[in-house]
Design a protein around this ligand. Structure first.
Ligand code: UGA
Length: 436
């Protein structure tokens, strides 16, 4: 049944906030989404996404045109809503492994100062355990009572799948301290819950930890298969059929067992670091060491891919022309935060190569982050005259590459497939030295 039409606010219009705001409007609520970045708000108000995300543009347009979704740069416009979702970023703090909470603190403070009636402020950002409790204390201090409550409702959406993950999540986690807060959240998500989405109700700290544990587990799965890949390389075993065989055990499962260049992005790397730094602060040294190795193995993959390329070039990148295919941290996104692809491209250039990068959508973001690299708007332009091709992001466009098309434009047929994306026999048959 249609939910009671609620007025909901969303603070922060990054991937998470924009997807959440458009999703809430799709569920039938009146949504006002706010960001301090006026440029972003102008774009969103005009139904334009400030980033690439399949399907989200259509949902945004639908929300805006239905009149249920609007955007603002002012906290004052949020005061009338009953539930407020805080979706601001918690990046890795400069010079540390911990999460930077300044945006979360600002959002809770600004909201609390403006809410005059009963309301619920719901944190969705990924935060270390203990943050929700502190935010609840801040809100109580500012509002002088318990009229405004706090809940934590972590978000598990994946970039590239934001719409489906928002409308059909695997589970909902409600970190709440009162039945009233739980009731509001159940009402907000009623259509999702009625479709069978499981709800886990827990205390604040548990809800906060579910999120980082989920990301840490995914990161661990990737680093596990990458550790085994190293054993495979050293013993002559083949990691792809090995991973396939592991995946048939449904206690293990086939997903996130893709060996290669490893994980990046705005979430997995920072979350694993925040968790081991938090474990260290708690004196849990063995836990911290265990989680730290996940990061160490992952970063080591970048050196390994670089080394495979160096070998094919005869021992040095100096003077070589390198074509880097991929800049985004994974396919179907233009996100280049902590991108293994860009890290490898930059490292090759630092060793003396002239690197030309192509990515189907992430070139603009990459250019802003690494202006020292050269960018090309097609695969063939990037590959022209190359001594080595490094395949660094697993875009379908690259998977479908035909050696017959690439062979005539490169200078030397050297391919390092950092994502195990291509069929080796096909490239070798076309005269390529292929390493993965
Ligand atoms: C991740 C989680 O998957 C989401 O559930 C979570 O909500 C989100 O972080 C977040 O914290 O906001 P995302 O960062 O979009 O989502 O990226 P993933 O799809 O998890 O991919 C992470 C990285 O792992 C990518 O660089 C990808 O190339 C790599 N990966 C993935 C592998 O190297 N091997 C695999 O088998 C799978």
């Amino acid at each position: 049944s249609a939910p009671e039409r609620l007025t909901v606010s969303v603070v922060g219009t990054g991937y998470l906030g924009t997807a959440h705001a458009a999703g809430m409007a799709q569920l039938g609520h009146d949504v006002v989404a706010m960001d301090v970045d006026a440029e972003k708000i102008a774009l969103l108000s005009a139904c334009e996404l400030p980033f690439f995300e399949p399907g989200l543009g259509a949902l945004l347009r639908k929300g805006v045109e239905s009149g249920r979704l609007r955007f603002t740069t002012s906290y004052d416009d949020l005061a009338g809503a009953g539930a407020h979702f805080v979706c601001v970023g918690t990046p890795q703090a400069p010079g540390s492994c911990a999460a930077d909470l300044r945006w979360v603190e600002a959002a809770f403070g600004e909201l609390a100062a403006r809410l005059t009636g009963p309301a619920l402020i719901v944190g969705k950002s990924t935060v270390p355990a203990g943050t929700a409790r502190r935010m609840a204390e801040t809100v109580r201090r500012i509002t002088g009572g318990d009229r405004v409550e706090v809940a934590w409702n972590p978000e598990f959406l994946r970039e590239g799948h934001a719409v489906e993950d928002t409308l059909r999540p695997d589970r909902l986690v409600f970190g709440v301290e009162t039945p009233r807060a739980e009731k509001v959240l159940r009402e907000v998500y009623r259509p999702v819950i009625e479709e069978g989405c499981p709800v886990v109700v827990a205390d604040y700290a548990t809800a906060e930890l579910v999120k980082v544990s989920a990301n840490a587990f995914l990161a661990m799965k990737i680093s596990f298969i990458n550790a085994i890949a190293q054993v495979c390389e050293a013993t002559g075993a083949a990691v792809l059929p090995l991973a396939e065989a592991l995946g048939y055990d449904d206690r293990i499962g086939p997903r996130f067992l893709g060996p290669g260049l490893g994980f990046g992005g705005g979430c997995l790397p920072k979350d694993i670091r925040a968790l081991y730094s938090c474990a260290g602060d708690l004196g849990l040294d063995e836990v911290a060491a265990f989680l730290r190795q996940v990061d160490v193995i992952n970063l080591g993959r970048r050196d390994r891919v670089l080394a495979l390329g160096r070998d094919l070039l005869g021992g040095s990148y100096a003077g070589a022309r390198v074509c880097a295919l991929g800049a985004a941290f994974k396919p179907n996104t233009d996100d280049v935060r902590d991108s293994p692809a860009l890290a490898v491209a930059s490292a090759a250039q630092a060793e003396g190569a002239r690197v030309v990068v192509h990515d189907p959508v992430a070139v603009d973001g990459a250019r802003r982050l690494r202006p020292d690299l050269v960018y090309a708007d097609s695969i063939l332009t990037a590959a022209r005259g190359a001594d080595l091709v490094l395949l660094l992001t697993d875009w379908t466009e690259f998977e479908n590459l035909d050696p017959a098309v690439l062979s005539p434009v490169v200078r030397r047929r050297n391919m390092v497939d950092g994502r195990n994306l291509l069929i080796p026999a096909r490239w070798r048959a076309a005269g390529w030295a292929y390493r993965a």
